[in-house]
Design a binder for this molecule. Structure first.
Ligand code: M6R
Length: 610
């Protein structure tokens, strides 16, 4: 995940170029912070490009930054996906003639294919990024006679994947061309200045008049003009202008009150990004070792362990493979069982959790192959593993993991689907599985739209309680565990998860009038929950059901005090999205209790101690 900003101003706008860029880049730093860069159209008609690795504060200290002068500029904060953080890989990227400068957020899935086309014509690449190919494609179409904007549109038409692009071409230096597909992009309309950016926060200091671009829209801004088209036809965006109100604190969080809400609500985007990132990675070596594996272990801590549990069930249930999830810190205790021929998948958002790192080291020493499934591809776990699968879900700032759970589950299910294809498993419809995973971001969006209000109402009830149970069956158990962890972590309410069938073997002793019990009706073996919900209700439990809206099970209607109605979706999508209402319930409970969900006591985002 990266952040982009661009502005075009007239001589009448009293703003200093470097001030506008620094303000925008600082506000976008939450989207990526391994490198920063800008390109400014200078008075002599060329570009001034400043870029380097490091934070915004570090890069803008360069003496030449302070004196930047120009009316049209683009900038970028990077969170590396293709190519390590380095000056060469930092954006903006240019074409061979250095007349086109590009900043990009997203992943261009077919960049290798496109790169080969332009390499064949003698273009020279300066970076390892997927982005640079856009600049060369524009140059290519201009050489064939296209005008700058036409060349830009032709280049965009060739891209597959996700992108928010801002491009300046010195042959039309007053304009910033833009295009959007999946990655967010907004236009800011100011007085004698217009902006394009990944996020309103980057320019809201200067204007609160905003147009949110839609997928497939392309166009340009100048200091006095905004032009948008879709499918080759001009779009009148005047009716889409919104006035946004953001206070100084909320700006930091992209308009959300906390990083946690921001990260919960950006899950549709994160899922789309991760799916796209998975498709661009060549995982055939991983599939080969998994196919040959004697046994598959999946290790992780906290939320990553819950995703591992779900992944292990999927390996068993879909593929009949011997797979076991283990808590990283417990792994060493059983490691004598780990042998040459085993594969150990380490799941970690940060890639720095010491327990998971040590488990993977131990596994390698015992001759197993290790696979890192991480959000930070430059982390220690990624570096030390035999193979790396990178989720690229964007930085997660809130201590409570949210979007990285859903994207971890998506990634593990993607591995399962691809392994079914690789091994020719005849009883798994891998095409349907992949198709389901591809649409998970749409369902996540529908869940957020449909379920937020009821989750708030449930949170009002939970905020008064000391304890809660979360119950599910099979795949529903890790989801229940993740819901319980969220409630404990940020709302300080004791919460435990069980396979529902276990509840009568002890946990039910705690249940009395009003005791909250959340049932996960996953639409998979739901009938096995029937007797458990009856048992709970008979003891006065306050039953909360998370269930597909069209489900016909009598017990849901009969026994539930509150129902979170989930959209209808295939099983693999439900496995990803059912946790979302549980995240919302925990979040709103924390807020109602007057706590700060972003800074739970006693916790740190990344645990680097044993
Ligand atoms: O970075 P990791 O995924 O390895 O982190 C693992 C756990 O520390 C993490 O999931 C923790 O449990 C979160 N605070 C859960 O919200």
């Amino acid at each position: 995940m990266c952040g982009i900003i661009g502005f075009a101003k007239s001589g009448n706008a009293p703003l200093r170029c470097s001030d506008v860029l620094v303000e925008g880049l600082r506000k976008l730093e939450y989207r990526g912070y391994d490198s920063v860069g800008v390109a400014v159209v200078s008075k002599n008609g060329g570009f001034v490009i400043i870029k380097d690795v490091g934070s915004v504060d570090r890069v803008v200290k360069a003496p030449e930054f302070e004196v930047l002068d120009g009316s049209v500029a683009i900038g970028h904060t990077r969170w590396a996906t293709h190519g390590k953080p380095s000056k060469e890989n930092a954006h903006p990227h240019t074409d061979c003639s250095k007349r086109v400068a590009v900043v990009h957020n997203g992943i261009i899935e077919n960049y290798l294919e496109l790169k080969n086309v332009v390499l064949g014509e003698g273009h020279v690449f300066m970076s390892e990024t997927d982005t640079e190919v856009v600049a060369h494609l524009i140059e290519h179409f201009k050489k064939l006679g296209a005008k700058p904007f036409e060349a830009f549109k032709k280049a965009v038409a060739m891209l597959r994947g996700s992108y928010a692009l801002a491009v300046v071409d010195l042959d039309e230096p007053d304009r910033i061309f833009f295009a959007r597909s999946v990655s967010p992009l907004v236009i800011g309309l100011g007085n004698n200045i217009n902006f394009v950016s990944s996020d309103i926060t980057a320019f809201v200091k200067y204007t609160n008049r905003v147009v949110v671009l839609q997928d497939g829209e392309v166009g340009y801004v100048s200091s006095s003009e905004v032009y948008v088209e879709f499918n080759g036809r001009p779009v009148d965006v005047s009716s889409r202008i919104r006035l946004v109100e953001l206070d100084a604190q909320s700006i930091e969080k992209g308009g959300f009150p906390h990083y946690m809400t921001k990260e919960i609500f950006e899950q549709p985007y994160a899922l789309a990004q991760t799916f796209s990132a998975l498709q661009t990675q060549n995982i055939s070596d991983v599939l080969r070792v998994l196919e040959e594996a004697r046994k598959i272990y999946i290790v992780g801590a906290g939320t990553s362990y819950h995703a591992s549990l779900l992944g292990a069930i999927a390996f068993k249930r879909f593929l009949g493979l011997d797979a076991e999830a283990l808590i990283s810190s417990e792994f060493r205790v059983i490691s004598r069982a780990v042998k040459w021929g085993d594969v150990v998948i380490g799941v970690s958002q940060s890639g720095e959790t010491i327990d998971t790192l040590l488990a993977l080291r131990e596994a390698r020493e015992r001759g197993a192959k290790t696979v890192a499934l991480v959000n930070n591809q430059f982390s220690t776990i990624a570096r030390e593993s035999d193979y790396v699968i990178s989720m690229r879900a964007g930085p997660e700032i809130a201590v409570a993991a949210t979007k990285t759970f859903t994207t971890q589950v998506l990634s593990l299910l993607y591995i399962v689907a691809r392994l079914a294809e690789f091994t020719g498993a005849i009883d798994v419809d891998y095409k349907a599985l992949i198709q389901g995973l591809k649409m998970s971001h749409e369902v996540a969006q529908r869940v957020l739209e449909a379920c937020t209000e009821v989750c708030k109402a449930i949170a009002t009830r939970l905020a008064e309680k000391q304890s809660a149970y979360y119950l599910g069956r099979v795949f529903g158990v890790p989801i229940a565990m993740e819901g319980a962890l969220k409630l404990k972590e940020i709302a300080y309410i004791h919460a435990e998860a069980y396979p529902a069938g276990e509840s009568k073997h002890g946990p039910i002793a705690l249940v009395e009038e009003g005791f909250p019990v959340v049932f996960i009706y996953l639409g998979f073996l739901d009938e096995m929950l029937e007797s458990n919900v009856e048992e709970m209700k008979a003891r006065g439990a306050y039953v909360i059901a998370v269930a597909q809206g069209d489900t016909v099970l009598g017990s849901i209607a009969k026994y539930s005090n509150a129902v979170v109605k989930m959209p209808k979706a295939p099983l693999e999508v439900r496995l990803i999205t059912y946790v979302i209402p549980l995240q919302l319930i925990a979040y709103y409970t924390s807020v109602i209790k007057g706590l700060d969900p972003d800074k739970p006591r006693n916790l740190a985002k990344t645990v680097t101690v044993i």
